[in-house]
Design a protein around this ligand. Structure first.
Ligand SMILES: [Zn+2]
Length: 314
């Protein structure tokens, strides 16, 4: 019997078929990997980041800084959060001549400052967090030989601000009601001695400007930034933003307006501070949703610009 062996030769059609299958398989794998990566990060958001490394001298001040734009491993900002669920710390809330607070009822926890922090006899209140930070700043001042500081003004209600605005008509220093940081309880006017001096050029003002950031406060209206802040130099007015942001703004020489703009322009900021790695991310909500990290510490502050800033660390 003649047995015709089946040819082992593979037909060109089969080769084509195998190649197409391989191409499809590879394309599928690449798609799966890339879509996973996209899920891992926040869609359409993170393309690169400002990565900073910092070194501190023995007394905790920065003495070297490098900054590069580079792709980095971002913690997964995968948890959706509706803005209605956010506990808004307000620490980075921009309140100025252009941006008013929208809610005139203060919901922050206010604390009356200790009598020795306020010799003026007025009942001064601050946001609880700013109050504790201010207590530490005052203790540090005392240990540095600066004993006569006091808080002349802290939290102001809408009515307080309205009254002040009317009484100080045409003053560049007093904001219209709704436009003062004092109304969120995170600003304090610090004076010294009997309060009659403006602090301008004083050793106390220089000391405060230098040391307040270590306790989370920034000099809000520096001498050279009136064109940005809209307010003349106020050596007495300090605003709580938290230690990380006060430090960050200090090394970049930003006022709050510039800092918010900087955060808006950058996708994410990664920075080392005090032994932790921080990620700072400005987000504009879509359908009322922003993204926060899974299983990490974070806090959120509205910027009052339509966006929210998430500060997260590990
Ligand atoms: Zn003030």
């Amino acid at each position: 019997m003649i047995y015709k062996r089946k040819s082992n030769r593979i037909k060109p059609v089969s080769i084509l078929f195998i190649i197409s299958m391989l191409v499809l398989f590879l394309a599928g794998t690449i798609y799966l990997i890339s879509s996973n990566e996209e899920n891992y990060m926040m869609p359409d958001r993170i393309r690169g980041a400002v990565v900073e490394a910092s070194r501190f001298s023995s007394h905790g001040r920065i003495n070297e800084m490098s900054s590069v734009a580079a792709p980095i491993a971002i913690p997964p900002f995968t948890r959706e959060m509706h803005i209605a669920e956010i506990t808004d710390t307000q620490y980075l809330k921009l309140v100025n001549r252009d941006l008013a607070i929208t809610n005139h009822t203060c919901h922050t926890r206010l604390t009356t400052v200790w009598p020795d922090m306020n010799v003026s006899g007025v009942n001064v209140k601050l946001h609880e967090t700013a109050f504790y930070a201010m207590g530490e700043l005052f203790a540090h001042a005392q240990s540095s030989g600066i004993n006569d500081l006091f808080i002349a003004s802290g939290y102001r209600s809408h009515e307080d601000q309205s009254r002040l605005y009317v009484n100080m008509a045409n003053s560049d220093y007093v904001m219209p009601p709704g436009h003062s940081e004092h109304q969120i309880g995170l600003a304090a006017d610090i004076l010294s001695g009997d309060g009659s001096s403006s602090m301008r050029g004083s050793a106390e003002a220089a000391w405060l400007r230098e040391n307040a950031p270590d306790f989370g406060f920034i000099l809000r209206y520096p001498e050279d930034r009136q064109h940005i802040t809209g307010v003349p130099y106020e050596p007495w007015h300090f605003r709580y933003v938290g230690r990380l942001h006060a430090w960050y703004m200090g090394i970049h020489s930003f006022v709050l307006e510039e800092y918010i703009e900087y955060l808006k322009e950058n996708d994410v900021i990664r920075t080392e501070f005090d032994g932790n790695i921080y990620y700072i991310l400005y987000q504009t909500p879509h359908d009322g949703i922003i993204f926060v990290p899974e299983n990490m510490n974070f806090w959120v502050s509205s910027a009052n610009t339509g966006g929210y800033i998430v500060t997260t660390w590990r």
